[in-house]
Design a protein around this ligand. Structure first.
Ligand SMILES: [Zn+2]
Length: 187
């Protein structure tokens, strides 16, 4: 227990440290969109002012090597121009942690609606969670509720109890509007 707590504390501390250091040296995200963009100016300005005071310093950044020359020189950035109208691949579509079905057809036309869920449950209950094709029970096999008249083409029958039938996957696959034919698998 104690060891676990210590380990957790260490991890969190090192994370904090890494975060702080990252803040001081924004190596990977140059550009105006960087929240820390511009913060470096204070350093640059100080240097410029001090150089000017010294006098013969035509190049304001002369002899600043090691202090601020090309902080990103030679560094390979994770994305060439990381924010240039690009979608970050790992964060788009279904991989995104916040993905909720978006504007997909299934989402809009009611596959996931409360009405659909209730209808599905009612059909299951009416059929006692038993496949109406082969009689297999829901605790033995994954069951699905099949629309006898297709969901897509018979809007008014979508939530009609009599238009639903409980089927196992193999019986479901034998129906004439299964998957590709119905465009989408119902879960
Ligand atoms: Zn079956």
């Amino acid at each position: 227990m104690r060891n676990d707590e210590n380990a957790r504390k260490k991890i969190s501390e090192s994370l904090k440290r890494a975060y702080k250091e990252g803040r001081r040296k924004p190596v990977s995200f140059p550009g105006e969109s960087n929240p820390f963009y511009g913060k470096r100016h204070s350093d640059i300005t100080k240097k410029r002012i001090s150089d000017t005071k010294v006098g013969n310093s035509p190049a304001w950044n002369k002899n600043t090597r090691g202090i601020m020359t090309a902080w990103n020189k030679g560094k390979k950035l994770p994305y060439p121009i990381w924010n240039k109208g690009k979608k970050v691949p790992q964060q788009s579509g279904t991989n995104h942690w916040n993905w909720k079905g978006g504007t997909s057809k299934g989402y809009r036309n009611g596959y996931y609606s409360l009405g659909y869920k209730n209808w599905r449950r009612k059909v299951f209950e009416r059929d006692s969670f038993t496949c109406q094709g082969c009689g297999v029970k829901g605790n033995k096999k994954y069951l699905t509720v099949h629309h006898i008249k297709s969901f897509v083409h018979y809007k008014k029958l979508r939530y009609e109890l009599s238009n639903g039938i409980t089927l196992c996957e193999s019986c479901h696959s034998k129906t004439d509007n299964y998957k590709g034919r119905a465009k989408r698998k119902i879960r």
